[in-house]
Design a protein around this ligand. Structure first.
Ligand code: NAD
Ligand code: MG
Length: 395
């Protein structure tokens, strides 16, 4: 069988590196055609040496030129180095690309993920922000483009695995009562709220169970990540928000669950290792080795569950409010959160300022309901400008 051509968008990030680890175990099944890496020249060079892709996409001409030169020194001038946001979209459309791993962080990953859906590719979606910002348009693009959409986010991959094989997008027809998203609770689950003001970026990026990029690590610490995942589940599984529950499960062994009408609850378990959902999405409906050691049930401590604390973690409530408000509210929530998290990581605001800033963007002006990707991206930009002004004024 001819190997499938893969594009790994965000190859130099946490999900990208895990994806390449799985792909390297199955070179007979998969051939890496495209890698994208924004600004990380050294890491991209190493990936080019290992995988010899057809095309690499970097952020701009400066980093692309630096990479080209390093490749030429190693007689790898055959690898084309493109740059810029438009090149990401062109790369996923290449006929050699069958499968697209969408693992760029933030709304920057939306146009390329959308292009992959429109082009009818098999889309492995890690970039949850695509569905948060443009859920309706994205799901339409999947349907119209004839794409196959497979969730990589561990909770959504768990739900996907816990739904019936003949899942048609109708919860009632499948006998599903509720979708139950598990949350680790993040690094501050038991920390007293009156000490939150002292939280540093380093504290927030120290997740108890998962090794992830910095933005999603902060989102996990504020519980905004779970809020974004509620919105992601709403679109992926055609689920009204009232049929999505969040339960804190600090051990991160049960990755999520589906509760059926007859009282059955089907869950997916595994070690907290993103290579499992990545391999599942890559090979589905087959199964391939992911390099993940088997789960040792006897070595596990007790599995515990508790309700999320919306007082100490208001971002989760803000995300529920945004999806209930509908229209562009989730896009505004996402843009505001991206700006606030970046400002926190840069030391310009405190951890406790994040929810208030996101809330201010949601209650600022008319939210509306955009009908095109262009309009949504304009809304994203407007929100960023508004929030940057607010942050500037308060610093
Ligand atoms: P990361 O920060 O480790 O990596 C991000 C990647 O995107 C890097 O390759 C970076 O070069 C690239 N990138 C950043 N900005 C870019 C831009 N403007 N244009 C083009 N490329 C850009 O992030 P991550 O943790 O790998 O997360 C990636 C996505 O997957 C996020 O949407 C995140 O929510 C989602 N996700 C991650 C995990 C995880 O365990 N890391 C789990 C579930 C979902
Ligand atoms: Mg997740």
């Amino acid at each position: 069988m001819k190997p499938q051509g893969i594009a790994v968008l965000g190859a130099t990030g946490s999900i990208g590196v895990n994806t390449l680890d799985v792909l390297a175990r199955h070179t007979d099944r998969y051939r890496v055609e495209v890698l994208t890496g924004n600004r990380q020249v050294d890491r991209m060079l190493a990936q080019c040496l290992q995988f010899s892709p057809r095309v690499v996409v970097m952020a701009d001409e400066t980093v692309a030129g630096a990479l080209r030169q390093r490749l030429a020194e190693r007689s790898l001038s055959g690898i084309q180095v493109w740059h810029g946001a438009e090149a990401l979209v062109e790369a996923v459309r290449l006929p050699e690309v069958d499968v697209v791993m969408a693992a760029i962080v933030g709304v920057a990953g939306l146009p390329s993920a959308m292009a992959a859906a429109q082009a009818g590719k098999r889309v492995l979606l890690a970039n949850k922000e695509s569905l948060v910002v443009a859920g309706r348009l994205f799901m339409q693009a999947v349907e119209r483009g004839g794409a196959t959409l497979l969730p990589v986010d561990s909770e959504h991959n768990a739900i996907f695995q816990s739904l019936p094989d003949n899942w048609s997008g109708d919860l009632d027809a499948a006998g599903v009562d509720k979708i139950i998203l598990t949350a680790s609770g993040g690094p501050f689950r038991t920390r007293p709220a009156d000490t939150f003001a002292a939280i540093t970026p380093q504290d927030a990026c120290k997740h108890p169970n998962w090794e992830m990029g910095r933005k999603i690590s902060v989102d996990s610490a504020t519980l905004m990540n779970k809020g974004l995942e509620v919105i992601e589940a709403h679109w992926l599984f055609n689920a009204p928000v009232d049929r999505i529950d969040v339960v804190v499960h600090p051990q991160s062994v049960i990755h999520s669950m589906v509760q059926y009408r007859d009282g059955s609850v089907i869950a997916q378990l595994g070690s907290p290792d993103m290579r499992t959902p990545i391999a599942c999405a890559l090979a589905w409906p087959q199964r391939v080795d992911a390099g993940v050691p088997p789960l040792d049930l006897c070595a596990l401590s007790a599995l515990t569950f508790e309700a999320p604390d919306l007082q100490r973690f208001p971002c989760l409530g803000l995300a529920f409010a945004a999806i209930r408000a509908g229209g562009d509210a989730p896009a505004v929530l996402n843009a505001a959160n991206e700006v606030a998290v970046a400002a926190f990581l840069d030391g310009r605001i405190r951890f406790v300022d994040i929810p208030g800033l996101v809330e201010s963007a949601l209650s600022h002006g008319h939210l509306g309901a955009s009908n095109s990707l262009g309009d949504l991206l304009a809304k994203d930009q407007d929100t960023r400008a508004y929030l940057l002004t607010r942050i500037g004024a308060s610093c």
